[in-house]
Ligand binder design. Structure first.
Ligand SMILES: NC(=O)c1ccc[n+]([C@@H]2O[C@H](COP(=O)([O-])OP(=O)(O)OC[C@H]3O[C@@H](n4cnc5c(N)ncnc54)[C@H](OP(=O)(O)O)[C@@H]3O)[C@@H](O)[C@H]2O)c1
Length: 184
């Protein structure tokens, strides 16, 4: 039987631990990033390197991205789980993923967890998704420790994302997003 297929956009950066967690849980994981070196660093930490494959692409190039995503789903099946950390300059990424799922004739429900920066919490912007897609959002906030505020560590970010995926929470705030004037 084919493994469940997960996609982690930005899975070689601060979400590296999330990528490794998913591959340990038995997923086949496709990770998007531009730099081979970051992918190799991630692979050095993988217990089952055959379960992680890279999609090396600049996600601003939507056509190329869609082509590479199509190759990945032809090899490993459509995506059961998508975790997306995408900079706001790349609005074509989620529509490209939805197109690939649609073209593959995905009928079964799948989950998209979009990881968003702190201020996105106040914008309430939700992308268009397929009816089969359960949409979840995770806001990365900040922490106030000993009277000082700071941004989250990679570990705190990854733990917050894993907790949200595990509990399938519709909305998660890692740390705090308010009061705004306490942002670091
Ligand atoms: N609230 C918070 O505390 C908060 C929120 C957001 C960010 N941060 C911090 O800010 C730091 C910088 O953020 P970051 O986004 O650079 O984090 P990052 O997760 O370290 O890097 C971004 C990830 O996306 C990939 N990526 C970036 N641009 C891409 C593109 N154009 N096409 C394809 N893949 C791309 C990167 O791989 P490649 O580099 O190989 O392309 C990498 O996997 C983070 O390390 C984090 O600590 C904190």
């Amino acid at each position: 039987m084919k493994k469940k297929h997960a996609l982690v956009v930005g899975g070689t950066g601060m979400l590296s631990d999330v990528t490794l967690w998913l591959h340990k849980k038995g997923y086949q994981v496709s990770v998007i990033g531009r730099r081979k070196e970051r992918y190799h660093q991630l692979m050095e930490r993988a217990d089952h390197p055959d379960r992680i494959s890279s999609i090396l692409v600049d996600y601003h190039h939507t056509e190329e991205l869609q082509g590479k995503l199509t190759e990945a789903v032809e090899k490993h099946g459509s995506f059961d789980l998508i975790i997306a950390w995408v900079h706001s300059s790349a609005e074509g990424v989620i529509p490209a993923i939805m197109n690939v799922q649609k073209n593959k004739g995905r009928r079964k429900t799948f989950d998209l967890f979009q990881v968003k920066p702190c201020n996105a919490y106040f914008e309430n912007k939700i992308p268009e998704v397929l009816p089969e897609c359960r949409y979840h959002e995770i806001f990365l906030g900040f922490k106030v420790v000993g009277g000082h505020s700071r941004w989250l560590t990679h570990r705190e970010i990854s733990e917050g994302v894993m907790d949200s995926v595990h509990h399938k929470r519709r909305q998660t705030i890692v740390g705090q997003v308010e009061p705004r004037d306490l942002q670091p």
